[in-house]
Design a protein around this ligand. Sequence first.
Ligand SMILES: C[S@@+](CC[C@H](N)C(=O)[O-])C[C@H]1O[C@@H](n2cnc3c(N)ncnc32)[C@H](O)[C@@H]1O
Length: 210
Amino acid sequence: MPEDQTRHRQRSYDAFLAPMEVAWFGKWRRRILKDLEGTVLDIGSGTGINLRYYPGNVDCVTVLDPDSDNLSFLEKKAERWGYGTNSGRCLNTQMGAGEELPFPSHSFDVVVSTLILCTVKDPVKVISEGARVLKKGGKFIFMEHQLPRKGPQAAIFNLISPVWHAPSGCNLNRNTEKMIRSNKKLKEIESFRGGPLLGYPFFIGSFEKK
Ligand SMILES: C[S@@+](CC[C@H](N)C(=O)[O-])C[C@H]1O[C@@H](n2cnc3c(N)ncnc32)[C@H](O)[C@@H]1O
């Protein structure tokens, strides 16, 4: 695909998210990312929206995405937040899928998963791979949307999900919180549910590797 067109796709993603970033996501990202330190793996980094929220105590961020166009867009954008230049903050880019992370076990202090478990082929595998590459005592941070818990809202999400999936690749009706909680290596530090409409469909949480 010509470079102009791919850039357009990434810019459209950022523009689509922008109102939600102002209304909710930005606030949640700041809250869950502000106290991190050490080495961070950001799975499904997309256009790199999280980069601006990582604090100075983060030594290095590794971003992983299966889409090479996302990664090259992100590298350019990252310079704005002080990453990737010779004297700048450490940034590694890695093409790959969350289901098969190309890193040894116990590699990172933090693993971050924001708005990806709706899209990946196998969310349970991504969670278990994230837990595998975390050091003992490391943090797994989530900001994900899921099937609302209340019946009527869940019915609406189940109805819309196939239509929404076709253009976006995103599933609106996964039981994401349950999948996270069922991982035996993770212990909750804190979590909350958010979103103004339709039964709080966002799950935001911080977990520790046992
Ligand atoms: C909705 S975007 C989220 C981007 C970013 N994390 C954010 O918070 O804005 C979903 C991202 O997941 C990536 N993705 C899709 N399948 C994946 C997989 N199997 N493993 C890792 N990332 C994947 C996509 O390329 C895309 O960049």
